[in-house]
Ligand binder design. Structure first.
Ligand SMILES: Cc1cc2nc3c(=O)[nH]c(=O)nc-3n(C[C@H](O)[C@H](O)[C@H](O)COP(=O)(O)OP(=O)(O)OC[C@H]3O[C@@H](n4cnc5c(N)ncnc54)[C@H](O)[C@@H]3O)c2cc1C
Ligand SMILES: NC(=O)c1ccc[n+]([C@@H]2O[C@H](COP(=O)([O-])OP(=O)(O)OC[C@H]3O[C@@H](n4cnc5c(N)ncnc54)[C@H](O)[C@@H]3O)[C@@H](O)[C@H]2O)c1
Length: 498
């Protein structure tokens, strides 16, 4: 019989913390979830759900305008109030779901599930001090602790964020009308998603500052080129290889100065600025130093790659761990940590098959390795690439921009190492391939499976058929639409020849 009040305390009620608490109940263990602000964290507010609601709406506006462009009709526009209403409805729906679930859970399983509203701080290996909203202090104890305190937007020195004129993603809700112009600092995932959203609505002139020579540099060139061209076609000005020297509010506007590689400088004024230069884990002032919980070399990581900190009963999951910042990964890490505690799980967590979607124009879905990672790691591969214009469903949708790229080992087994899908419904194709990677089965299974028709996933099947030399269309004929090659020691060799 444990001398502690709880089997587990979870600090932070975002997607990771909530998943940890729910998995604990499955084991019949007693858990207390502590949240200082709102259950759901960045999974709902100022993050995944809110930004995707905006993206979905902005894509619809874009699609309508694409359709009516040829007719000469006036552009379809939404007011910011329409947008805000849609956003608030979506956020409310999810928030309501969580609060009902929480309430009923406390009623039905009040013996196992406990919830404390307040800011928690570790004061020993087994105790957490909670400062309630009214200032009251409460101390609770548990056998185990999970740190799931999430992350916050990183800011830049000498650039004062007021979340009204100079914003981070946390301040989007404060916007009262479409800004006429906006500069987005940082061409990573958040920057490119918001550049897509605001340019799709068509009421904001967007400037995107990219300090590298291309946006999304962690993806293959063909992906960043397509996304970059689409942003520019949508009116976005991308400042490539630009260093931000200064960004400040002058006369109620944002003035920023860029320095280019050739020494040229440029000064531009806009209505608003959005900083999207990465996120930092919320691990300061929660008692980690006092307990001796070690950080990684960059000072922002805690825990190993299996959710464990250097104190055996204290775990770190989700954004707080400073590893992959995704809802799906946070939840998986959380469940994994709980299973280690209560199910003696020995198998380590795998980060090999993480499925992601970037909500751009078009959407970009990914799993496993891309071409540039294989080149960097000198892995001999075969690559097959198929243009969306060869897929019946894409033709029916009148959405033929995009491609599938599948990478397999350069041997007879042709095991899938990774896939990138860029285009309409791209994300629907990624999960099947992820499963294939995880199962370790050969590509023949996909080739033989009867796929629904017409569907975008038929493109995956045709890729696989190309690798097996059974394709409907031959790469040697449609050279601009299909490609199949091996890449060994930097040497590219075409594979499908007639
Ligand atoms: C703009 C944006 C878009 C995104 N889009 C996607 C997407 O499309 N797909 C995707 O998978 N991911 C997306 N993400 C990332 C995703 O939102 C995060 O990875 C995820 O929310 C992390 O979950 P978490 O539980 O670790 O942390 P969080 O969601 O940050 O939650 C942590 C919680 O802990 C609470 N907390 C902090 N300190 C304390 C304390 N001391 N005591 C008590 N409570 C505390 C906070 O109030 C918060 O509620 C996006 C993020 C942003 C910012
Ligand atoms: N669809 C999704 O899954 C999704 C969407 C949004 C966010 N997220 C998560 O949130 C995380 C954080 O997103 P993010 O976009 O803030 O970070 P990021 O790491 O993706 O991009 C930050 C960008 O800012 C640039 N940058 C940094 N300092 C700069 C400076 N001084 N001047 C100009 N550019 C600068 C970096 O070069 C980088 O390109 C992501 O890594 C991702 O895990 C996921």
């Amino acid at each position: 019989m444990s001398s502690y009040e709880f089997d587990l305390i979870v600090l932070g009620g975002g997607p990771a913390g909530y998943a940890a608490a729910m998995r604990t109940i499955d084991f019949g263990k007693k858990v207390c979830l502590i949240e200082k602000s709102r259950i759901g964290g960045a999974g709902i507010y100022h993050g995944a759900l809110s930004s995707k609601t905006l993206w979905e709406l902005s894509q619809r506006v874009r699609n309508v305008n694409e359709m009516i462009a040829a007719s000469g009709r006036d552009k379809f526009e939404l007011s910011w109030n329409d947008v805000k209403k849609n956003l608030e409805e979506a956020v409310f729906e999810r928030k309501f779901q969580y609060s009902c679930h929480l309430k009923l859970l406390k009623k039905n399983r009040g013996d196992l599930f406990f919830y404390e509203r307040g800011a928690g701080k570790l004061i020993s290996n087994h105790e957490i001090e909670i400062t309630k909203n009214d200032g009251a202090i409460k101390i609770i104890s548990a056998e185990n602790i999970i740190i799931a305190t999430g992350s916050s937007p990183r800011t830049l020195p000498n650039m004062e964020v007021d979340e009204v004129t100079i914003l981070t993603s946390d301040g989007i809700d404060n916007i009262t009308d479409f800004p006429k112009s906006m500069v987005i600092v940082g061409a990573g995932v958040i920057g490119c998603e918001y550049a897509t959203i605001f340019s799709n609505f068509g009421k904001t002139k967007v400037y995107l500052i990219d300090r590298a020579d291309r946006i999304l540099p962690f993806e293959d060139l063909d992906i960043s080129t397509m996304v970059s061209n689409n942003l520019e076609d949508n009116g976005v000005t991308i400042h490539h290889k630009a260093q931000l020297n200064r960004l400040e509010i002058i006369d109620g506007q944002v003035e920023y100065e860029l320095l280019y590689e050739d020494g040229n400088k440029e000064v531009i004024r806009v209505e608003k600025a959005l900083l999207s230069v990465g996120r930092i884990s919320n691990i300061d002032n929660i008692g980690l130093e006092e307990l001796g919980i070690k950080r990684g070399p960059n000072g922002r990581n805690i825990g190993d790659d299996d959710t464990q900190t250097n104190i055996p009963n204290i775990y770190a999951v989700g954004d707080a761990s400073g590893r992959i910042a995704l809802v799906n990964m946070g939840e998986i890490e959380a469940r994994h940590a709980v299973e280690k505690m209560f199910d003696d799980k020995k198998e380590r967590l795998s980060y090999d098959n993480v499925c992601t979607i970037m909500f751009l124009q078009p959407e970009v879905a990914a799993v496993g390795l891309n071409e540039q990672m294989c080149i960097e790691q000198n892995i001999p591969i075969k690559v097959v690439k198929l243009d969306y214009s060869t897929i019946a469903r894409a033709i029916a949708m009148r959405k033929t921009q995009g491609f599938f790229k599948i990478i397999v080992t350069n041997d007879d087994k042709m095991q899938i190492l990774g896939m990138r899908a860029v285009g309409e419904h791209a994300s629907s194709a990624i999960q099947g391939v992820a499963l294939q990677i995880k199962s370790g089965k050969g590509i023949e299974t996909i080739a033989e499976l009867v796929h629904p028709h017409p569907s975008i996933v038929e493109g995956v099947q045709e890729c696989v058929r190309m690798l097996l030399n059974k394709s409907l269309f031959k790469a040697s004929v449609f050279q601009d639409k299909l490609a199949c090659y091996s890449l060994v020691d930097g040497v590219k060799t075409e594979l499908q020849r007639l």
